[in-house]
Design a protein around this ligand. Structure first.
Ligand code: SF4
Ligand code: SF4
Length: 542
């Protein structure tokens, strides 16, 4: 693979950047689809499975994208429709003053030096077309008013740059007007969707989730196998047999986790942690074989697809007759739940406001979604002394915490994971302030950009995150980065292997699971990974 490290990681020497092919005037819409820097298109079969428009086999490198004959009308009608429906979109098209406060805040810009990766320039890709067709100044003055024609080259440029934005919303944090470029990207992707331009890494998981229940396409019997295996393994480690029921009608709580938690590593150890917490808290819960996915790749293609995938969680909650829903360590699931669910499929008034059966705490902030994050639930247990913890069992780790974009910026879940980690580990250090909490840097692979074909762009985009991890590795000896997002757990290992070797990735509930002393457990010899357990002050765990 070519070395993706830019010659000037934070520089703006556009002439010498190793990013996309050198290009001078911003008016020139032509882009070069260079291997390693774009995602493959979704094939006809996948688009058809989801009933999406213009299914066909094509690739971004094709000269002719075989857009429908009336593609221009479809896109402009789609834009007009969204300008009518979403006040935020209209506002974001109108109010940017080009102050530049967002310009250097995007990890893709920092990592690539490509000026079109500045958030303001990314939004301008759409804004310039908006001006041309929807504002008097743009219609009359054209380029003088910052307007440009919608051409096939512009569509290709949209595809390139809207699929080089992870919808992380870091830029929005710094915009004095609150312009959320992630929302602009979402509309850009929706407009591309209308003419059949989608990426496979988004549509394939979405189609599987729609038909089978989860992004990985794991059928119910394999889902059960995987949970049974986890129960057996936990018994081997702790001597305690926990329950992991599926589709149990009348349970109090529906547990929904990202599918990677029961089929990928290191996610799987997080699942073991959940099972331990739920057992210790005595929660009457069930998994669902159809709502066997917390993530929502629909969000990365269109609001409609996001709504479809989110709906099945609530349909399953209704069918199983649970009182409320508990959600696992996922990223964008929480963006959908906190920011869209209520108007997409809610309010979920057939459910009850979550109340912890172990502590009696009523989680009033979930009164509309009726869905609680597992970190909120666990924090409450620790606060009430309902978990016995031995943090010395994690002494082989010096931990840092990466705030996953969506839990941090979309739901403000900043303190709970730190509270859990401080009780589960003895060495927790923070990365520099400007790279954590609300200002956290994205992994560079979210919003459907985690494919292998896109690796060069991912390594560039993940550079700021990895650089901060490298800093704490060198300064404090950090050897594990905890996080609460399935995409992070899947993509950070590759990122760190390249930029910060020696740093592993773990879920918050994995580290917690190592520390939990279960009631009646046998002497513990290993942690959840099967590694020899670190013990308090070097003593054996008696
Ligand atoms: S910070 Fe906001 S107003 Fe300023 S250039 Fe960026 S999007 Fe426009
Ligand atoms: S949402 Fe994130 S990836 Fe997209 S432009 Fe803003 S900072 Fe960049």
């Amino acid at each position: 693979m070519p070395d993706p490290r830019p010659s000037q990681p934070t520089g703006v020497d556009y002439g010498r950047t190793a990013g996309p092919a050198r290009r001078a005037p911003l008016e020139d819409a032509r882009v070069e689809f260079r291997k390693g820097n774009f995602s493959y298109a979704a094939p006809a079969r996948t688009s058809a499975l989801l009933d999406l428009p213009n299914p066909r086999d094509w690739q971004p490198t094709d000269a002719d994208w075989r857009l429908p004959p009336d593609w221009k009308r479809i896109i402009l009608d789609g834009m007009a429709d969204r300008l009518r429906r979403y006040r935020s979109f209209r506002l974001f098209m109108d109010i940017c003053v080009r102050c530049g406060a967002c310009a250097d805040k995007c990890h893709f810009y920092i990592g690539s030096g490509d000026p079109r990766n500045m958030p303001v320039a990314r939004a301008e890709l759409l804004r310039s077309v908006y001006r041309r067709y929807f504002t008097p100044a743009g219609r009359l003055l054209g380029g003088l008013a910052g307007a440009r024609e919608l051409t096939e080259d512009v569509v290709k440029e949209w595809f390139y740059y809207f699929y080089q934005c992870t919808e992380c919303r870091r830029c929005a944090l710094f915009c004095p007007y609150g312009i959320d470029t992630a929302e602009v990207t979402m509309i850009g992707r929706e407009l591309l969707n209308l003419v059949g331009c989608n990426i496979n890494w988004v549509l394939d998981p979405a189609a599987k989730c729609d038909r089978v229940g989860n992004h990985l396409g794991i059928p119910p019997h394999a889902f059960k196998d995987s949970l049974d295996f986890a129960v057996d393994e936990l018994e081997e480690i702790t001597g305690i047999r926990v329950e992991a029921p599926i589709n149990r009608k009348g349970a109090e709580v529906l547990l929904v986790v990202p599918s990677a938690d029961y089929f990928a590593s290191p996610h799987y150890y997080t699942l073991l942690g959940y099972l331990m917490v739920l057992h210790e808290a005595g929660v009457d819960y069930t998994f669902s074989a159809y709502a066997s996915e917390g993530g929502n790749f629909g969000l990365f293609s269109s609001h409609e697809l996001a709504r479809r995938l989110n709906a099945k969680i609530y349909a399953e909650a209704k069918r199983l007759g649970v009182k409320w829903i508990l959600g696992g360590e996922c990223g964008h699931m929480w963006r959908v739940i906190h920011q869209y669910m209520d108007t997409m499929n809610g309010p979920a008034d057939f459910l009850e406001v979550p109340v912890s059966p172990a502590t009696g705490t009523r989680f009033a902030h979930a009164a509309s979604t009726r869905m609680l994050h597992v970190a909120e639930f666990t924090t409450d247990l620790i606060r009430h002394g309902r978990l016995t913890l031995d943090p010395s069992r994690n002494d082989r780790w010096t931990v840092t915490y990466h705030d996953s974009c969506n839990p941090a910026r979309a739901m403000g879940l900043l303190e709970e994971p730190r509270y859990i980690l401080r009780h589960a580990c003895r060495r927790l250090v923070e990365m520099p302030e400007c790279t954590i909490r609300e200002q956290t840097f994205c992994c560079g692979s979210g919003a459907g950009l985690g494919g292998d074909e896109n690796l060069e762009a991912r390594l560039r985009g993940g550079y700021p995150r990895a650089n901060a991890v490298k800093y704490v590795r060198e300064k404090f000896g950090v050897n594990v980065c905890a996080c609460m997002c399935a995409i992070d757990k899947a993509t950070l290992p590759t990122l760190f292997e390249y930029w910060a070797p020696g740093v592993e990735v773990a879920g918050v509930h994995e580290l917690l699971g190592n520390a939990i002393v279960m009631k009646g457990e046998k002497p513990r010899a290993t942690d959840l990974r099967g590694e020899a357990l670190a013990c308090r002050d070097g003593a054996a765990d008696a």
